[in-house]
Unconditional design. Sequence first.
Length: 154
Amino acid sequence: MWETSTRTGIYYTDPAVLPVIESAIEKVQKGYEKRLAVEILPLYSFYTAEEYHQRYLEKNPNGYCHVSFDSLKETVKVDASAFQKMVEEELKVKLTPEQYEVTQESATEAPFTGTYWDNSLDGLYVDITSGEPLFSSRDKFESGCGWPSFYKTC
């Protein structure tokens, strides 16, 4: 059910490089509170992507990964410490199996299928596990990828 062909991953053919990969991920992880969603596994099969995906951003310099921030409105900062994530037992009762897999197990909804991918109502998108505001509908844009897309400054 979950899309597996477009996940982020590091795949290796020589087990001797695994410590190097793990060390690099550990260094990058220090810059983030949440666990990086990068799969690290031995390479067991490989399929070359379609030609139109090869060097995608060179062929599509304004592709979905590049968003102009010139027209962004004022950013509102939210104190995340004011929101508490539900405890594990509560999550399992209140969330659907799909919601649980997406929010707790790094799964991904299939594109063009999720509840909010084409939602155009005004309002806030909030973390279903804590109620923390994540995005405003005013910052949503159509990326063509099948998932809700929002402008967000880093």
